[in-house]
Design a protein around this ligand. Structure first.
Ligand code: BTN
Length: 266
């Protein structure tokens, strides 16, 4: 990484942070290629659980399925954190679902908006994407070594500050409410809520996460379309499975598990 990109800005995010461990170690940059890449590097080097990397801008933000995440603007929250959860690799998708419930709660608490979760990793407001989650893990045998959770949340961008190709399908909290928000307060709220929810999840398991998730699920109980081997099908979106798949009731009234690439939501 070139030295100019490593410049740390005044680190105010973990001042008055009311967490025990998440974000107590925090690195804040003005510009990075990707907080995710750096957090993965730190995780591989054996950093402690709870390290948070925040950057005002990212020049090479990563989305899911090797997509680019446009984040070269300081109006959004771009952060990644490192966990060492006592989970099996098969449980890893639950971390994305958990993070989605945290984001919907924090957005609702701070803005009064009612975001929806489009499975598995998108947060929508009025059918437009306001946030995305990227969870990357490394596991050996039956145990995860680490998980890195990346969150991208459009906060204070105006429409013309969003990537041109995305303007029709993306939004920000400011666009939705006409108000600007303190990114510092919002990051603190996300970290505080994540720590609470994560500890609850590790203690009580997935059912409570699932219950919260279903309350905000986009198009739950509705007909969705999906493709299997090139054949377009329809089914009712019914539930979420333990391994993070969608459960639908297909045309034969049978339960089926679906994987993301097959579904067309809109
Ligand atoms: C998606 O919806 O495709 C997931 C987007 C995740 C973006 C965040 S921004 C912070 C972190 N750093 C990255 O490079 N990506 C994640």
């Amino acid at each position: 990484m070139p030295p100019t990109q490593r410049r740390l800005t005044e680190n105010s995010f973990n001042l008055r942070l009311e967490t025990d461990w998440l974000g107590q170690s925090l690195e804040h940059y003005q510009v990075l290629e990707s907080t995710q890449v750096l957090a993965l590097e730190r995780a591989r080097a054996g950093c402690k659980e709870g390290l948070v990397i925040v950057s005002d801008r990212q020049t090479s933000g990563k989305g899911t399925q090797a997509r680019t995440w446009h984040s070269n603007h300081d109006g959004g929250i771009w952060l990644s954190f490192v966990l060492h959860p006592n989970l099996t690799p098969i449980q890893a998708p639950q971390l994305t679902l958990l993070t989605a419930t945290v984001l919907t709660k924090v957005i609702n608490d701070i803005t009064g908006l009612n975001p929806e979760i489009k499975w598995p990793n998108d947060i929508l407001i009025g059918q437009k994407k306001v946030a995305g989650i990227l969870t990357e893990t490394k596991g050996q045998h039956n145990k995860l070594d680490y998980a890195v959770v990346g969150i991208g949340l459009n906060v204070n961008q105006l429409s013309n500050q969003l990537n041109e190709e995305l303007r029709q399908i993306a939004t920000s909290l400011k666009i939705e409410t006409n108000e600007s928000y303190s990114k510092q307060a919002m990051i603190q709220a996300i970290l505080t809520q994540f720590e609470l929810s994560y500890e609850d999840y590790l203690k009580h398991g997935f059912p409570r996460v699932k219950e919260n998730w279903l309350k905000s699920a986009y198009r739950l109980g509705e007909k969705i379309q999906y493709t299997v081997d090139g054949v377009l099908k329809e089914a009712i979106f019914r539930d979420l499975s333990e391994d993070g798949c969608l459960i639908v009731l297909n045309e034969l009234k049978k339960s089926e598990k679906l994987y993301s690439a097959e579904i067309s939501w809109f």
